[in-house]
Design a protein around this ligand. Structure first.
Ligand code: GLV
Ligand code: GLV
Length: 337
């Protein structure tokens, strides 16, 4: 038997690809943009395995036509682009990359928190464009003031690994930490983090900084809507490094324009890439990033290795380390041959 064939929808760090090549015949889509749906469908029809990104739509139509497909190894922690229920029904394994990107995402979240509260991006423009020089003063007591994070309340929406890593850092900044999640943490963990469980309404009302760390599901889609944004303090800022569609973007734009909240720092959007004429790009009280939170060499390499480890475990007939749809194991034994 030849090696099973895996289609990889984008170039990933080479270490992972080398690991996969030992067991699989690898084809990589080398263009910078995602393969069009029709191409992905055609490749999936021939593939034993797929390595996908959050920009690849792996819907039930595609899964049904992929008759040889046994495993989809997603290069991301989020997998809202994949119809997991359908995959499970068809006996197709779905894996993701949790854990390895937690610290990088938490660091970036903190970068955004400080960027928006201390106006770091604005400040850079101020110097670069000569605006500072034009003021004629080196230092002024009222120049470009921000707000402090120390002593403020950080609200965390979604207290999974990433939410907890953000909370751990907040402790160092001397903040009060409140959180909401459908699952409450065990008491000892709450105590260790210094985090207090509150209901959703309290979270929105009391947070000075509200940071989103939920996956995108039908339950979390537009969870941050007009009604909830209106509960927030006028001085509060919203941070999103999770998924754009957890926020109703139209409502957020109004909130930022009309001053229901003070600002937002966003790494993710309902539409990616964000078009340059999008209303968000016209607002001064916003910091924008191109879905970059896990973007370090260390983390992106670790993600590639985990993608490979999942594929290799499957090949060897073992249960992949970070299998999403655990129920699939009863339907179909892993492995090839
Ligand atoms: C990136 O957004 C991921 O889900 O890993
Ligand atoms: C992701 O790793 C999460 O559980 O937050």
């Amino acid at each position: 038997m030849g090696k099973p064939y895996v289609f990889v929808t984008r170039e990933i760090p080479s270490k992972g690809l080398e690991m996969i090549r030992e067991y699989y015949e690898v084809e990589v889509w080398t263009e910078y943009t995602p393969p069009p749906y029709e191409v992905l469908l055609e490749k999936a029809r021939q593939a034993d395995a797929l390595v996908t990104l959050l920009t690849d739509k792996v819907d039930c139509n595609l899964l049904q036509q992929a008759e040889k497909l046994r495993i989809v190894s997603q290069y991301a922690v989020g997998f809202d682009n994949i119809d997991v229920e359908c995959a499970t029904r068809l006996g197709i394994y779905v894996t993701n990359t949790p854990g390895v990107l937690t610290e990088a995402v938490a660091d970036f979240t903190w970068g955004l928190i400080l960027a928006i509260t201390r106006r770091i991006v604005e400040a850079d423009k101020f110097v670069r464009t000569g605006e500072w020089h034009r003021t004629g003063t080196g230092w002024h007591p009222l120049m470009m003031l921000g707000t402090e994070v120390h002593g403020k309340t950080l609200g965390i929406l979604g207290m999974g690994r990433i939410g907890r890593a953000v909370a751990r850092r907040a402790k160092g900044f001397g903040m009060r930490i409140i959180y909401y999640d459908v699952y409450r943490l065990p008491r000892e963990m709450e105590e260790e983090l210094g985090a207090q469980y509150v209901d959703l309404e309290t979270l929105f009302r009391e947070s000075d900084i509200l940071s989103i760390h939920t996956p995108l599901t039908p339950q979390t889609r537009h969870l941050v809507n007009e009604e909830r944004l209106r509960l927030m303090k006028k001085s509060a800022v919203l941070i999103n490094t999770a998924r754009g569609a957890v926020v109703d973007t139209e409502a957020l734009v109004r909130a930022l324009r009309e001053g229901w909240i003070a600002g937002a720092a966003l790494d993710v959007f309902e539409q990616e890439p964000l078009p340059p004429d999008h209303p968000l790009t016209k607002l001064d009280n916003v910091v924008l990033a191109p879905h970059l939170a896990s973007g370090t060499w260390e983390t992106r390499t670790a993600m590639a290795e985990l993608v490979a480890r999942n594929l290799i475990a499957f090949y060897k007939g073992e249960v992949p380390p970070t299998l999403v749809n655990k129920e699939v194991v009863e339907k179909r034994r892993p492995g090839f041959g």
